[in-house]
Design a protein around this ligand. Structure first.
Ligand SMILES: O=C(O)CC1=CCC(=O)O1
Length: 97
């Protein structure tokens, strides 16, 4: 199942810089491991915001929740999940230029 996931990061302004840097470093390692597993095929920065737009490819809602809640920044993110379904006009990837 594919999910569109929007994450807005909201670190407390008074969080010490070394704590924030450690969280971001752990976040990167966990995110890259999930990408290596093929479960996070798109991760894009939203220009001008400390936010990302992602596509997850997972078995079900429970797996998505487990992955999102495993992220070190999870307590500091507002996350909006949109389940994706097939669009009847969408060409298969191999039919596109
Ligand atoms: O910086 C972000 O958008 C939060 C984040 C999610 C995965 C990652 O590596 O950083």
């Amino acid at each position: 199942m594919l999910f569109h996931v929007a994450m807005q990061v909201r670190l407390p302004p008074d969080m010490p810089a070394d704590r924030a840097d450690a969280l971001k470093s752990r976040e990167k390692a966990v995110a890259q491991e999930i990408q290596r597993q093929g479960k996070w095929p798109h991760l894009w920065r939203v220009a001008g915001r400390y936010a990302n737009i992602s596509i997850f490819d997972v078995a079900d809602n429970d797996e998505l929740h487990a992955l999102l809640s495993s992220l070190p920044l999870f307590p500091y993110m507002d996350i909006t999940v949109t389940p994706l379904a097939q669009h009847p006009s969408a060409l298969p990837a191999e039919a596109r230029a």
